[in-house]
Design a binder for this molecule. Structure first.
Ligand SMILES: [Zn+2]
Length: 250
């Protein structure tokens, strides 16, 4: 059994999740910062807990996509340090252009168009590497959905923050909730994302609670559930890789 439970509040929904973690380490931290439109609701939910944006000790991004990172700049401008894996940090700070998402004519095209034309930007991002410990959360590099996607694992409570590398809602909408693999359309490299999940599963870490990038909290034994998902993916043909447009920033 986990030694302790984390106190976690869901600040951003229903588009995407931002999780307020009260007691993982040195004080309240935010895992992901939500889409722009979520900002008023996030502020109100912080206020309800007598918190201002500047009271957070850190914003830790699971990946760079704008439905998770758009509001990071607002926290950064209030003096809150923003963390992301080095490879996504390079895109967030404008050092490197992100690879474009698939053709905008697909069913998920509108969301891809927004990401391709309005990527999240932050003035300064503290880079994370695989194995780092930030605010009590262990970084596990899970490249594939984006090059710098990470899981954040709180070992004492067997809790995982998974971003979009593992979801609890069928993409692209969140009407159907169940544990599922990342979206092919929204991923830089779907095969790499699956390989990363295989590698994580092989670590056999204890995980009983998962806070995903989309969908409600998931509770259960992650090991067997993830093994079943991966076995299903191995047994079924890969979805065709959608065409990628030229980068609008090229
Ligand atoms: Zn997302």
């Amino acid at each position: 059994m986990p030694a302790s439970d984390l106190t976690v509040f869901r600040l951003g929904k229903p588009v995407s999740n931002a999780w307020l973690v009260m007691d993982a380490g040195e004080g309240p931290v935010l895992v992901d910062a939500g889409f722009w439109a979520l900002w008023p609701a996030m502020l109100a939910r912080l206020q309800r807990r007598s918190l201002r944006p500047r009271d957070l000790r850190a914003v830790i991004l699971t990946h760079r996509h704008c439905d998770h990172a758009a509001n990071a700049a607002r926290f950064w401008s209030e003096g809150v340090p923003v963390y992301a894996h080095r490879l996504d940090a390079e895109c967030l700070t404008g050092l490197r252009p992100p690879p474009p998402l698939p053709a905008e004519a697909s069913a998920t095209g509108a969301m891809c168009w927004v990401e391709n034309h309005f990527p999240a930007r932050v003035g300064c991002v503290r880079p994370l590497e695989d194995g780092d410990l930030v605010a009590g959360l262990r970084v596990h590099w899970i490249p594939g959905h984006t090059a710098g996607s990470v899981f954040l694992h709180h070992e004492p409570s067997a809790t995982l923050f998974s971003g979009d590398a593992l979801l609890n809602a069928l993409p692209p909408f969140t009407l159907v909730t169940r544990l599922c693999l990342p979206s092919c359309d929204f991923s830089d490299d779907y095969d790499r994302a699956l390989a990363s999940l295989e590698r994580f599963a092989a670590k056999r870490l204890e995980v009983r609670t998962v806070y995903c990038g989309h969908g409600p909290v998931w509770r259960g034994e992650l090991g067997p559930a993830l093994a079943q998902l991966l076995a299903g993916a191995r047994a079924s043909p890969r979805p065709p890789t959608p065409a990628r447009p030229r980068s609008p920033r090229a």
